[in-house]
Design a protein around this ligand. Structure first.
Ligand code: MN
Length: 316
């Protein structure tokens, strides 16, 4: 799932990297993807990336009896990894590499776009029940972003036991524990489950970090600035230079972090690159069904690329 619009591509202003620890809580933006309301924690106007993480859509939980055909038809990507993580429900991933892979809570689907890939996320036929999770993108560095597409699925991920909680390492490294998932830059993506007490999460001080709460509420350092816990629908940016994070309150959240990304990224629609020209070329290539994006077999409708806003003229 995906799709970044013009608002998301506005230049970042006042982005803070290179500083020390902070607790900066900002609201996610409501969007709609595949018939579902999502809370877009990344990108934000003032914060485009956290490490290499460049997109975070928290979706659901949908009502347990929902009959919406959640899902999104074939669409392309370049220059990023998609990371799909569910708290509840199930989705089926299909892509132009021929992959067909259900993903369930506790498992990771990780697709590498490189120079081009396409995929669809489909609901499971006959499945009725809540869907709840997060769709993430990781920007690929210059060294790999022009490379081949790939797909990985991991059903068994390492868990770091913490006092008062546990962390499942989806991508990268936490507390010296490595995920088997591909990561092209030094980073971490981990699901944190915390109880009502206090939990200390060991961090790499070379990383900047952020927290997206999926369920429950959490206080950072026991004293989030406003005195209020961080709730779903927020991005809690934590800055650089922390060797641990103190959390309190029962919650499920995603910890995102990494070495500040090597360069600014340009994001538009489903593409991550370094220039508008790359976006325009990718959109044209998708719309003429160029081989770089392959063919994704899906019962859902193929999604055409819109016209880039810089090309539409805006004459009136
Ligand atoms: Mn996608």
């Amino acid at each position: 799932m995906s799709a970044v619009n013009g608002e998301d591509t506005a230049p970042a202003t006042g982005e803070r990297t290179g500083g020390g620890p902070v607790v900066d809580v900002t609201a996610s933006r409501d969007a709609e993807v595949g018939g579902m309301r999502v809370r877009r924690a990344l990108p934000q106007r003032a914060r485009r990336t956290v490490g290499a993480w460049c997109f975070a859509d928290h979706f659901g939980p949908t009502p347990a009896d929902h009959s919406t055909r959640a899902g999104i038809g074939p669409h392309p990507h370049i220059g990023l990894h998609t990371v799909t993580w569910l708290v509840e429900g199930e989705l089926v991933h299909r892509d132009s590499l021929g992959s067909e892979q259900p993903v369930r809570p506790g498992q990771v689907n990780l697709m590498t776009a490189g120079h081009g890939v396409s995929h669809a996320e489909e609901p499971v036929p006959g499945h009725r029940g809540a869907l709840h999770g997060i769709q993430l993108w990781v920007a690929q560095p210059e060294s790999t972003r022009h490379g081949a597409a790939a797909f990985e699925h991991y059903a068994d991920l390492p868990v770091v036991e913490l006092s008062g909680g546990a962390a499942t390492v989806l991508v990268g490294t936490l507390a010296g524990v490595d995920s088997p998932s591909r990561g092209d830059t030094a980073m971490v993506g981990a699901e944190l489950r915390t109880g009502t007490g206090s939990t200390a999460v060991p961090l790499d001080p070379a990383f900047e970090h952020a927290l997206v709460v999926l369920d429950g509420a959490v206080e950072v350092g026991g004293a989030t600035p406003s005195g209020h816990p961080v709730l779903p629908g927020r991005l809690c940016y934590l800055g650089l230079g922390r060797d641990h994070l103190e959390l309190s309150g029962a919650s499920t959240s995603l910890l995102l972090g990494g070495v500040p990304f090597e360069s600014p990224v340009v994001m538009w629609w489903n593409f991550v690159g370094r220039s508008r020209e790359e976006m325009t070329t990718a959109a044209d290539d998708w719309n003429i069904a160029a081989p770089r994006f392959g063919t994704t077999v899906s019962s859902l409708t193929r999604i055409p690329a819109p016209t880039p806003p810089w090309r539409s003229g805006r004459r009136t």
